[in-house]
Design a protein around this ligand. Structure first.
Ligand SMILES: *Cc1c(COP(=O)(O)O)cnc(C)c1O
Length: 360
């Protein structure tokens, strides 16, 4: 038991357990993944005049944080199979102003990290992974978040592990100690150690930081979630495989794939319709599912088609054709550990029924 409610012993405990679970060199908890990404860009010194390469098919936070530091998000396309960042598109987008690549492990499927790290090395770029979906995921046997470059995870309510709101940054320990200070008003408490005469009340503001710390209330939820993570993942795997087995038989649907070199965290189940084989579009398909009591979502309206980015940078849908096409025909089916076999069957029956009624 602890009476502490804001950042204290539970947060430290949660950080230590996550660090061990992710085999991370260093880890700092924040109050969101967005906060982690923002602090990550600040600690790397990315700012006005700089460009950061971001996949268009992602949640808005990935691009928004680049705007927050005054840099330009350069939106590039994704691969048609996994919908993760296309390394060739990244290579084409690199300019002398490029400072970082921000790949997103879309739906929990790790991006092709090797070619991205290769490009980063060639052009002296940072890699900041948006790993919001990727707890836990592996690329070529190695856990996402276990490398020295920065990676940000989310513990938002819908994510694989939740603290209601929360996130963390993994990476090089020294860099993360700076990140911790930036995420806590820029207050350096260790500074007192440099002055013998000062007491433990002493801190110095070394830069104007942010209020991004996690609370012990959130960390307590996270610690309990950690106990259950393996069971959550096992259930996600069962649901994912059951959907694939049933829906893979329907010619009008494109089911998600998992590359042999990765282990996905199976965060989302993203189905794509084959328009030539259906007389209804994606929106109607979603309505039909809703009529059958099945809730779905769309991940995501691509960033290059969002009004702010479209207007500011003049993007057209065809600038990222794979993302635009995927968006037009995608929907995410329910995927979470509390789904029962009956729920999974209900979803499959509804999808099968709609496809049968509206097949072209
Ligand atoms: C959820 C999410 C975020 C933001 O996470 P928060 O913890 O809500 O800040 C960032 N990127 C992606 C891809 C996400 O799905």
């Amino acid at each position: 038991m602890s009476d502490w409610i804001t950042t204290g012993p539970k947060t430290r405990q949660f950080e230590a357990r996550l660090k061990e679970r992710l085999e991370a060199p260093g880890l700092v908890a924040f109050n969101s993944c967005t906060a982690g990404l923002h602090v990550g860009l600040v600690v790397l010194g990315i700012g006005p005049g700089d460009e950061v390469i971001v996949p268009s098919l992602t949640f808005c936070a990935t691009a928004n944080v680049v705007e927050h530091v005054g840099a330009r998000p350069v939106l590039v396309d994704v691969l048609p199979d996994t919908l993760t960042l296309d390394p060739q598109a990244v290579a084409r987008a690199i300019t002398p102003r490029t400072k970082a690549i921000m790949p997103v492990h879309y739906a929990g499927h790790p991006v092709q990290l090797d070619p991205l790290f290769h490009l980063a090395e060639q052009h002296h770029l940072h890699v900041v992974e948006d790993a919001a979906h990727a707890l836990p995921a592996r690329y070529k046997g190695r856990l996402v978040g276990s490398r020295k470059n920065l990676a940000a995870f989310s513990f938002y309510a819908t994510k694989n592990l939740t603290t209601a709101e929360g996130g963390c940054l993994t990476g090089d320990e020294e860099l993360l100690e700076k990140a911790r200070i930036i995420g806590h008003h820029g207050m350096d408490k260790e500074a007192w150690k440099r002055f013998d005469r000062s007491g433990s009340w002493y801190y110095e503001v070394v830069l104007p930081g942010f209020k991004y710390n996690m609370t012990d209330i959130q960390a307590s939820i996270g610690l309990r979630q950690m106990d259950r993570l393996d069971a959550f993942q096992a259930r996600r795997r069962q649901v994912f495989d059951a959907y694939n087995a049933r829906l893979g038989k329907l010619g009008a649907l494109q089911i998600p794939v998992e590359s042999p070199e990765v282990e996905s965290s199976l965060h989302l189940y993203v189905l794509r319709l084959k328009p030539a084989q259906l007389r209804i579009d994606r929106n109607r398909f979603i309505d039909e599912l809703k009529n059958r009591q099945i809730g779905t979502s769309v991940h995501y309206l691509p960033i290059h088609m969002q009004p702010f980015y479209r207007n500011k940078y003049g993007y057209r849908p065809e600038d990222c054709p794979v993302a635009a096409d995927a968006f037009s025909r995608m929907l995410s089916l329910p995927l979470h550990p509390r789904l029962t076999d009956q729920d999974v069957d209900d979803v499959c029956v509804a999808v099968e029924d709609i496809v049968r009624l509206h097949q072209a």
